[in-house]
Design a protein around this ligand. Structure first.
Ligand SMILES: [Zn+2]
Length: 435
């Protein structure tokens, strides 16, 4: 059993887990029993022991560090060869299962931040694989690490994935002027991707622009988000404007793809040969199916830096009933980041999905951000839909009624929302993790 292999390896070779795990007990048979004996691992645990205390003593020359840039809540993981292979396999499986993408089909990506060796300005042509190889030969850089990495990236993008990358909205925040959005639409009409994968904010802003400018809808079969969430309320807009189907998946740079939707679009099937996913309460006990809790991830493939019952920082629900597609493994629904949850007067959780869908359903609100200033005090920054204006008092009163109690609600009307460092947008700054 892969879990037994992981536990035995971590206990024997990783100082942090040596102390927390028992000697492997061969009489314990079920995954559930094995996991129950392991305490939850937090980001603080990892940071306090990084790197020597949380790695297995293998040769650092074989390591690769993975992290999400610009988000404070994620961690750095160290991956060996086996994990890197598993990441590649899981990514291809996710693309095939959730939308039927196969290598070679045209794909457009609009990532939150322009990455070092992949992206150019919009419309700029990529350097081709062959010309890159020629310049490596000419300049005798065949053994230079950076050139090899760039070459590998180019081959993967141009030959395996057939991927084009557009740059993000940058200084324009969440709402670039219409003429900039027209350029994105023109690019998509020209490149005719099978798959569009972009930051959720970019997807929704371009989709609303298409809707409001009476332009002919696009015809992109598969729409996916990267590095951020699309709420249930935003799906229909995306599918109408882009003329395809939205397929949700779940993962991170540190773990790779963890789960994805099947054609039933009813929860994310966990890749249970690579990961064990649990949803737990504040004490680490598993919650009942359908109940909200913290998501824990156990990575069965990373022996270099084992992460066992790791509290990844997301909240969600789990469902163990069989899916209509025939698969019987657990299905996960992720509803937002834990530090984005607002705790209401009764102690209930309002997740990012709840808050964003509520605000975007308000008259003339295009999009909005909420921050909890202190208990019962909320600040909202809202962008109005084009050619309309928001009544601050009306929006404040409506939010106050929705969240309950007698809160103080301050509303600022703005023309665009600003991203966090790293280019991602945070729509809710909650108070769950502060308690
Ligand atoms: Zn299914």
């Amino acid at each position: 059993m892969p879990l037994k292999r992981l536990l035995a390896h971590a206990q024997a070779n990783v100082p942090f887990y040596h102390d927390r795990l028992q000697e492997p007990d061969s009489s314990v048979a079920t995954v559930s029993d094995l996991l129950n004996a392991v305490p939850v691992t937090t980001k603080d645990d990892i940071e306090a022991n990084f790197p020597d205390g949380v790695t297995d003593g293998s040769d650092p020359a074989d390591w690769r560090m993975m992290s999400t840039r610009g988000t404070a809540q994620r961690l750095i993981t160290i991956q060996g060869f086996e994990k890197r292979d598993a990441v590649r396999a899981a990514n291809l499986r996710m693309l095939r299962l959730a939308g039927g993408y196969r290598p070679g089909m045209p794909m457009v990506e609009i990532p939150p931040e322009v990455c070092e060796n992949v992206c150019g300005e919009m419309g700029e042509e990529d350097e081709g694989v062959l010309s890159h190889l020629w310049s490596m030969l000419r300049e005798r850089r065949l053994r230079e690490q950076k050139s090899i990495r760039d070459l590998r990236g180019l081959v993967e993008r141009n030959w395996i994935f057939n991927r084009k990358t557009y740059s993000g909205f940058g200084i324009h925040g969440s709402h670039p002027p219409p003429e900039i959005l027209d350029q994105y639409v023109a690019g998509l009409r020209r490149d005719r991707p099978y798959l569009l994968k972009a930051l959720a904010t970019y997807l929704t802003t371009i989709a609303k622009h298409l809707r409001d400018s009476d332009a002919k809808p696009l015809s992109i079969p598969v729409i996916k988000t990267m590095g951020s969430r699309v709420t249930p309320g935003q799906r229909e807009l995306l599918e109408t404007s882009f003329g395809g189907k939205f397929w949700d998946d779940y993962g991170s740079a540190e773990f790779g793809s963890i789960a994805c939707e099947c054609d039933q679009h009813h929860g994310l099937h966990v890749f249970d040969d690579f990961f064990i996913v649990e949803v737990v309460d504040a004490n680490g006990g598993r919650v009942a199916d359908g109940e909200l809790g913290w998501v824990l991830v156990t990575d069965l493939m990373n022996l270099t830096m084992p992460l066992i019952r790791y509290k990844i920082g997301d909240v969600g629900r789990i469902d163990h009933s069989p899916c209509a597609c025939g698969r019987t493994g657990p299905r996960l629904t992720v509803t937002g980041r834990a530090h984005d949850v607002i705790v209401d007067r009764e102690g209930g959780w309002c997740t990012t999905d709840d808050v964003v869908d509520f605000l975007e359903s308000q008259p003339v609100v295009d999009s909005a951000q909420v921050s909890v200033k202190s208990k019962g005090w909320y600040e909202i920054a809202a962008v109005a839909i084009r050619n309309a204006s928001i009544e601050r008092g009306v929006l404040a009163a409506s939010f106050a009624q929705w969240i309950g109690g007698q809160p103080r609600v301050d509303v600022n009307v703005v023309s665009t929302l600003r991203p966090e460092a790293g280019g991602k947008f945070r729509y809710v700054r909650g108070d769950l993790e502060r308690r």
